[in-house]
Design a protein around this ligand. Sequence first.
Ligand SMILES: [Mg+2]
Ligand SMILES: [Zn+2]
Length: 195
Amino acid sequence: MQPSVVHPGAQNLRTCFLDRDGVLNRKMPEGRYVTSWSEFEILPGVVQSIARLNRAGIRVIVVSNQRGIAKGLYTSADVDAIHASFQEQLKAQGAHVDHFYFCPHDKQSCDCRKPLPGMFDQARRDFPEIDPAHSAMIGDSLSDIEFGRRLGMRTVFVEGDPEHRKAGAPDAARLADFRVLSLPAAVDALLDSRQ
Ligand SMILES: [Mg+2]
Ligand SMILES: [Zn+2]
């Protein structure tokens, strides 16, 4: 049996990867997408949680699958505009995201749709000091948890509200290091586990 080395980097969390829809903003009903800023409803406590990560010196990176672009429902420019407005809103409250990445592709057509690691690779090109052993992934889908686990990060599954829970939720809950109801609880779990 292997010795159980739990989270070798637990004392040293440097980068937090955040999923977007369902973690930062309210998820649309299944099959619908956030296509504009007016549909981007920031969840309670999100701005404060990002500010807390910022104050702790932890890099905050958003990694988001946006297949709606491949479906022609909105464009990459629309997503950039949403992220710019969100960033403006954060900065007005003393918080910021270090970088937003998104995958605009359809299923099985790229190497950057989570759980594939393409967005991690992009982030590491921009921030070469990123180390998965000192990183965590917070998300509300099985693909987020698989993304983080395959790269060797700590993972936090945000269960969110039951009616929006996805098919892979039981597996995600089982595989994740922490299960919580919201981003504020995820940040609590990660920062408190550093002690
Ligand atoms: Mg999500
Ligand atoms: Zn992609």
